[in-house]
Design a protein around this ligand. Sequence first.
Ligand code: DAH
Length: 345
Amino acid sequence: MEKELELLFTQATKKINAATTISEITTLQLEYLGKKSTLNDLLKKMKDISHAERLTVGKWANEVKVILMELCQTKRSELETAKIMALLEQEKIDLTLPGYNLVLATKHPLNQVIAEISQLFQELGYDIVFGTEVEDDEYNFQRLNLPIGHPARDMQDTFYLTKNILLRTHCTNMTARAISEMKSKDEIVAMISTGNTYRRDDDDATHSHQFMQVDGFLIAPQISFANLKWTIQYFCQRMFGNDTKIRLRPSFFPFTEPSVEVDVTCVNCQGTGCSICKQTGWIEIMGAGLINPLVYEACGQASDLTGFAFGIGIERIAMLKYGIDDIRRFYTNDVRFLAQFKKFD
Ligand code: DAH
């Protein structure tokens, strides 16, 4: 029996040492040490041998069992470590590889100008709205004192979608909407509306059938032209620098009375005269005025409200601010052009 035990021990040791996978170890463990193992079969035969032999064989058998068990465990953990090491090797990450060069986008120059203007007016307490681009004739024209058939409509060649629905020709439509919603005569409303506007214009270096505006107004008791003038002066200095002067010229807009066209000292020559300001030293940047009482009436309010309004072309401001020569550059998504505005973002 001792011989059998010895044979079993050498055979098992050899096989366990030669195992290359964990499942092989499991099988060998069952084969040599499990319930139905060769070792157990041997132990069952113990009852047939002499007492003296049983003592030595029993001790031996136990030792064989312990040694084989330990051997299995060592081999198993060896194989497990090898498996993990192989996996690690396979999934190795080379941290020295250079990363992808992410190209970060820039805010579009027109959006930068809108953000700057919005920020400025927000500081003065104005609300910011964006509004409807597809508008009713009523809010785009009629409630702004531009009744059907009014000749001033011709200034804003229009895209009509149906007889009464059109693409808004200016952001002033939101002024009509806000005034129409006023609940009381003493209400103070200050609002900036920005976004796209559309006119059936020919596209050239300074015109586009789609462009952006900022339109603003303030209604409060006892507002006078002086308040409008201060606001325009403040706005122009913030946008173009502290030395900027303004000049107001009488003009006409159906929704304001009196109306003015606002000029600023040329951003290029500071007023001495150059090709950009056509040697005049001044550049026209916006329309403004005191809100026409007929607008209050058309919006269902008392005609003795007081307030002022103004409208600014965003592209024009951006062109002057950044020295851009052609309005079409804003719309063609040329990254070489757009990337230049990173420094202002
Ligand atoms: N809506 C005018 C335009 O698009 C600009 C304008 C002028 C707006 C005077 C105003 C204003 O609110 O008071 O040409």
